[in-house]
Ligand binder design. Sequence first.
Ligand SMILES: Nc1ncnc2c1ncn2[C@@H]1O[C@H](COP(=O)(O)OP(=O)(O)OP(=O)(O)O)[C@@H](O)[C@H]1O
Length: 251
Amino acid sequence: MTDPVLSVRNISKSFGALKASDEVSIGLLPGEIHALIGPNGAGKSTLISQIAGGLRPDSGTVEFLGQDVTTLGTAARARMGLARSFQVSSVVPDFTVLQNVVLAVQGATGHWMGFLRPVMKATGLTEAAINFIDQVGLTGRYTIHAADLAHGERRKLEIAMALALSPKAFLLDEPMAGLGVEGTGEMTKLLDQLRHKAPILLVEHDMDAVFKLADRISVLVYGRVIATGSVDEIRTNSEVQRAYLGEEAVL
Ligand SMILES: Nc1ncnc2c1ncn2[C@@H]1O[C@H](COP(=O)(O)OP(=O)(O)OP(=O)(O)O)[C@@H](O)[C@H]1O
């Protein structure tokens, strides 16, 4: 059997009397998109923060690449290849697309030279950056300032910057939010390609996108995983329908 890239085991986290994570177990396998869905306040962001390292669970463990990372901070997990987007953005608005990605490549390779100008002359870094920019579909937008990008383009830039870190797993927090129909279609295609670079744990409210992309879905309600399964298993699960999907979403 293939080893999971990421294993969350029996994680619990309370805020006062509220159990935001209640014995949650979830895994991420190589090549898969595992979607995490659930109503507002179900505990999705709390769980992602515990996986990324920003929040420490009260009990339970997080294993990444076969190593127990439960006590490691966000930076250490990111260095291991755990890439989290979109809630925490590291884009510098006054820098161009290329400069932002060069900085990400530079950070990943430890190629720090102190100033951006000499860095931009380091051909290897620039070539690598252009390659990542092209992979997310921002070809030709190299010299546009990040602040001037459309919302969907900025999301793509964040993915290009994440790619520079040689990610081993992506944690994506609502990548479709605010994108509109066309943007959502483009992002869906991009995530479908991205899964071949590294598996994706995807928190998303857009059910069309989730049903198109997910290999597996876990449903979180009141901090508990009430079901994990394929798209068809989740669509037809009566407890999930009652708790979350509602009738029109399961047609
Ligand atoms: N730092 C905190 N202190 C106290 N309560 C918190 C804290 N963070 C989250 N909560 C509570 O924990 C519960 C889970 O919140 P969380 O943001 O994880 O849910 P969510 O599923 O991500 O919701 P949404 O879909 O709206 O983003 C909520 O009741 C929330 O109010």
